[in-house]
Write a protein that binds this ligand. Structure first.
Ligand SMILES: [Zn+2]
Length: 462
């Protein structure tokens, strides 16, 4: 009995240090020698820490991690004698909260590629994405996948799950759609979903307005966050009915077409445009533009430079095979007008993001990975770049990708900030991302639940 206790205690003290040494591999700063009794497991000393309240980096900070939590953040002096198992010299490094991708699918798309989520999840984590928000998938498959991530947390982000796509009959996507044709069917379906540990309900583009309204009402009573890819349910109605978030900038822009049948007839100067932007901001509805999927999958699939970008080619072969098949189908049916026109419309999508931002609307950062040419992990950096191009400051984009994305998951007290009492999900960068948003790609280390990881190590698990 006594022997067993000692064994357990020493294992719990030494394990993080041993793990850190193993995961760091041969490169990088090696941890200090294990101490007999380590009160803390990891300290990052004298570094620059991102403060999302002020949108700036606070210099000369030390962050102390115990187990999977941030135990303390303070000036170097306060922790001079800290006895951590692993000490990182954070001089000239930039510490940001773990990034969150607010729009992913973990079974959809992969189903068509003949793959499972574990084959792409390491790409998220290696890119500093420590949490992902599902926006519609098969409930059983997602739940099993989350169980896998809990057993393989050194190669996967945290998963926050969603309902199937709730729409009319027949479902647009047979693999992850769920048809509800009458509001009276909503309560029983959502009661059933509440047995699963889901965060988000997803209203899909063909959902009847009266069904969507009922989903918001009953979903809120049951504690769900309700989001929507809107089309038949109008964005102004959804905002008035209290929807929490809107997926895709197209859910807003479609409502602003002067000719409903013409994608390129957006009028951003109309009274309607000004009003809807104002209402979204006033009602505190989050908008998740997902510019990446419009760029990669929908607008420029005939542009070789976009399709063959280096990040895309890092994807597993079966996913690339599916993307190539998908491209052929799209090209055969392509009717979105000349490249010049599409470029102009994509710019309008970005302008609309800028309008929402300037009006004070809350923006999320999501990608729609792994849709074609939207590579998991890498695409979140692209999305942040596209949002800066749209007129946001780099600091506000970084805050959106961490704090706002945590808010929409109801996880503000656990993730999205570097502060004591938060989960130790962190990214250590080699350069300042406020100076240039491209620097979020310059990842030195990822820390997931207090475990220090080298991105190369994470990718080697593939
Ligand atoms: Zn999606």
């Amino acid at each position: 009995m006594a022997m067993q206790e000692i064994l357990v205690i020493s294992r719990s003290v030494l394990r993080p240090t041993l793990l850190s040494s193993l995961l760091l591999g041969s490169c990088g700063t090696m941890p200090n020698a294990p101490t007999d009794v380590a009160p803390t497991t990891l300290a990052i000393r004298n570094t620059n820490v991102f403060d999302s309240e002020t949108g700036s980096f606070v210099p000369h900070q030390t962050v102390v991690v115990t187990g999977d939590m941030i135990a303390a953040v303070g000036t170097e002096d306060q922790f001079r004698d800290t006895n951590a198992g692993t000490v990182l010299n954070g001089t000239d490094k930039y510490l940001i909260p773990g990034l969150v991708d607010a729009h992913v699918h973990l079974t959809h798309v992969l189903y068509q590629a003949g793959m499972t989520g574990d084959e792409i999840l390491p790409h998220f984590l290696a890119n500093g994405v420590t949490s992902v928000r599902s926006t519609g998938d098969s409930v059983v498959a997602q739940s099993l996948l989350r169980r896998w991530t809990e057993a393989n947390s050194d190669r996967s982000p945290r998963l926050f799950l969603a309902s199937p796509l709730i729409g009319n009959a027949p479902p647009i996507h047979q693999d992850i759609g769920w048809s509800i044709t009458e509001p009276s069917q909503v309560p029983a379906f959502l009661e059933h979903l509440s047995k699963w540990d889901l965060t988000t309900l997803k209203i899909y583009s063909n959902c009847k307005p009266e069904v969507a309204r009922k989903v918001i009402e009953v979903g809120h009573d049951l504690g769900f966050v309700v989001t929507g890819h809107l089309s038949s349910y109008r964005v102004d109605d959804a905002v008035r009915d209290g929807i929490d978030s809107i997926e895709h900038i197209e859910s807003v822009s479609d409502f602003l077409r002067s000719d409903p049948s013409d994608l390129h007839s957006l009028d951003l100067t109309s009274e309607r445009a000004v009003q809807v932007v104002k209402d979204i901001a006033k009602n505190g509805v989050y908008v998740n533009p997902t510019l990446s999927v419009f760029r990669g999958t929908l607008f420029f699939v005939d542009v070789d430079e976009i399709v063959n970008e280096a990040d895309n080619l890092k994807m597993p072969g079966r996913l690339l095979d599916f993307w190539a098949r998908d491209r052929e189908t799209r090209l055969a049916n392509y009717s979105s007008g000349p490249l010049e026109t599409r470029n102009a419309t994509f710019r309008k999508y970005q302008e609309l993001v800028g309008m929402l931002y300037r009006a004070g609307a809350k923006l999320l950062v999501g990608t729609d990975a792994p849709e074609p040419q939207v590579p998991p992990g890498y695409s979140l950096h692209k999305e942040m770049e596209l949002m800066v191009e749209s007129g946001m400051t780099a600091a506000d984009v970084l805050t959106a990708a961490t704090r706002a994305n945590a808010e929409i998951l109801g996880q503000s007290d656990r993730i999205g900030r570097v502060a004591s009492g938060m989960l130790a999900d962190l990214v250590v960068l080699d350069a300042n991302p406020i100076d240039d948003i491209h620097n979020t790609r310059r990842i030195w280390r990822v820390i997931r639940g207090g475990v220090l990881l080298d991105p190369e190590y994470i990718l080697r698990s593939l």
